[in-house]
Ligand binder design. Structure first.
Ligand SMILES: [Fe+2]
Length: 305
């Protein structure tokens, strides 16, 4: 099975209008369309119909993550692998979400729903598809793409093994306990540093959704904008992670879902499964998670939706 990348996240929001205002005006996504209490949005550097689906449902949290596969046959391959593990999956007809083909939906061992799909309608890059304007989106600012999601579950190592064995992900970096067991695990399905990270906590909970920006300068400028517009952020402002080395800031949408802006991540080198994992000993390396502060803000761990 070959999952190409994270395709989209489907989030619950308490109020659709304020969520749309946030994800267009603050995050800088394009609003692609709305229907039946849903909105579809996409970043500048992605051709597919959406990277974010907002569902007006009076609450916050993750409905599901969408991962795009390379081949339509992959859906049946995964369905078989799930049956072998006694996990239930259901087929989702094309058009259930606007702009999306037939899909396979299942609940992963972490308690989160995952939707695999092959087809997405094309809306094109923000700069166009013929003689594109490659700096227009940069000058406008805003997220270039949805980069990764971070989920919380009781047994991160078990979820990591599932994603690796069934969907072909591999671990680029991990925070480990003194015995060397993965506690916070970063996995990719392509050449990004991560498409998914898994942290310890209650099954089925959602930690954050990260949007990539074009430069470290863009992260600083967007931090200014978050502060200017009184968007609630993590008690730290702009900071850097040791893991992956990215410049980052966390903030919240009006429903309380955590977002991240970041830049600076490296490209994972080489073929999946052939690149050794970077380990961070969480007991001795205070800089693994927050490099400047050397400590993890308590709200970072305790606030999940
Ligand atoms: Fe992140």
């Amino acid at each position: 099975v070959s999952v190409t990348r994270i395709g989209y996240a489907s989030l619950h929001v308490s109020d659709l209008a304020s969520a749309i205002a946030h994800y267009t005006g603050i995050v800088g996504l394009r609003l692609v369309g709305t229907d039946d209490g849903r909105a579809y949005l996409q970043g500048a550097d992605n051709q597919d119909h959406h990277c974010l689906v907002l569902n007006e449902s009076g609450r916050s949290g993750l409905d599901h993550l969408g991962y795009k596969v390379n081949d339509p046959e992959d859906l049946e391959t995964v369905a078989r692998a799930l049956r072998e593990r006694s996990l239930r999956a259901s087929r989702v007809p094309a058009g259930w979400l606007r702009g999306q083909g037939e899909a396979l939906r299942f609940t992963a061992p972490s308690g989160h729903d995952i939707v695999l799909y092959f087809h997405a309608d094309k809306i094109g890059y923000a700069g166009g598809m013929r003689d594109p304007d490659v700096v227009g989106a940069v000058l406008q600012g805003g997220a270039t793409h949805l980069d990764h999601a971070v989920l919380v579950c009781e047994r991160p190592a078990e979820m990591s093994a599932f994603m690796s064995e069934v969907l072909g992900f591999y671990v680029t970096e991990q925070g480990v306990d003194p015995a060397g067991n993965g506690v916070v695990i970063f996995l990719t399905c392509g050449h990004k540093m991560h498409d998914l990270a898994i942290a310890p906590g209650e099954n089925g909970r959602f930690h954050h959704l990260a949007f990539g920006l074009e430069s470290r300068h863009a992260v600083i400028a967007h931090t200014d904008r978050l502060k200017q517009r009184n968007v609630p952020t993590l008690e730290l402002g702009l900071t850097r992670h040791g893991i992956a080395g990215v410049t980052t800031i966390y903030f919240h949408d009006p429903s309380g879902n955590r977002n991240e802006f970041y830049h600076g991540v490296y490209v994972a080198a080489g073929m999946g499964g052939r690149v050794p994992t970077v380990d961070w000993n969480l007991a001795t390396s205070e800089r693994a998670l927050f490099y400047y502060e050397g400590a993890v803000p308590s709200a970072f761990l305790s606030t999940v939706t």
